[in-house]
Design a protein around this ligand. Structure first.
Ligand code: PEP
Ligand code: MG
Length: 325
């Protein structure tokens, strides 16, 4: 089976009736590019940049960041690389940042909120990303967006940085795409508004599930409540994909669900354009896509949206993919 999946590496993720989707990899450091390419990733759908900031005593410099982003862009040889701006806070603390002690860190000062407050940190990162964009096909993605104001504020900072680079005569991709993670329920619910202001969405199901179901994603005691196929999650996913398409934008997913073989047919049927996952999941997901008709996936997705119980949906999907070798 492993051998068979390996052969899929250079084949497209296309259904027998011709629906093509993009399969991309989530990476955490430039070293991960090797495995992404070895598993047939057509892009990097999520480059988590936290590694640059962790396990050290000072903030990373613009130059250090630029080198890391450039390395990934070059190694991906023109394939899209979506760089997510800093998503620190929540469970991830930086000792040198003097962050506030919070009762509910996951509902607090993290990710884009921290960046919009500490624009010095944010600008350094955006400069590094923009400079690297001259060496490949880079997209920018903001995490933890909760409203259209967040997007506009972040873009204001981005435009300031672009103007600085212009003044200094430094090259960057003037048409760089800017998208957001949809991982907070308010963003999913207002996806129609947000779709007008961004180039793409990427659904972060790990946090979307945590916030929608009010379940701490790390808490063992409530892990049974952390249901991937909860109807609320599926409805939100549909809402987000439809809103993106209505504005002619693309809808990606980079949460764990994108690499879950039980979810593949549903996500395909809902019209997801890009699935981004840990590289080793790509062959399995591709194999499913290459063996299910898009028309059938649409029917299955529609059926699933009318089922009330998460467990029933899960069982149904287990049966459906059993037939796919
Ligand atoms: C998510 O929330 O689904 C996601 C991809 O981001 P992270 O897991 O880094 O919070
Ligand atoms: Mg997240």
């Amino acid at each position: 089976k492993v051998e068979k999946l390996k052969k899929l590496k250079d084949l497209p993720a296309i259904t027998p009736d011709g629906k093509k989707v993009m399969l991309a990899a989530n990476i955490g450091t430039p070293k991960d590019v090797k495995s992404a390419l070895a598993n047939g990733a057509e892009g990097v759908g999520l480059f988590r940049t936290e590694f640059l900031y962790m396990d050290r005593t000072t903030l990373p410099t613009e130059e250090e960041q630029f080198e890391a982003y450039k390395e990934v862009a070059e190694k991906m040889e023109g394939r899209p690389v979506t760089i997510r701006t800093l998503d620190i806070g929540g469970d991830k603390e930086l000792p040198y940042l003097d962050m506030p002690k919070e009762m509910n860190p996951f509902l607090g000062y993290r990710a884009i909120r921290l960046c919009l407050d500490r624009t010095d940190i944010f600008k350094t990162q955006l400069r590094a990303i923009l400079r690297a964009s001259a060496y490949g096909n880079i997209h920018i993605m903001y995490p933890m967006i909760s409203s259209v104001e967040d997007v506009r504020k972040a873009n204001t900072v981005l435009n300031e940085v672009k103007a600085e680079l212009d003044k200094e005569g430094i090259k960057y991709d003037k048409n760089i795409k800017v998208g957001i993670m949809v991982e907070i329920p308010s963003a999913a619910i207002t996806a129609d508004i947000l779709a007008k202001e961004v180039d793409f969405f990427s659904i972060g199901t790990n946090d979307l599930r945590q916030y929608t179901l009010a379940v701490d994603r790390m808490n063992e005691h409530v892990k049974d409540y952390y249901q991937p196929f909860n109807p609320a999650i599926l409805r939100l996913i549909k809402l987000v994909i439809d809103a993106a398409h209505k504005e002619g934008k693309f809808a990606a997913m980079c949460g764990e669900m994108a690499g879950d073989p039980l979810a593949t047919v549903i996500l395909l049927g809902l019209g997801l354009d890009e699935f981004s996952m840990s590289a080793t999941s790509i062959p399995t997901v591709k194999n499913i896509i290459r063996n299910v008709e898009y028309e059938r996936a649409k029917e299955i997705a529609e059926r699933v949206l009318n089922i009330a119980e998460a467990e029933k949906i899960q069982k149904m999907m287990e049966d459906i993919i059993k037939d796919i070798e």
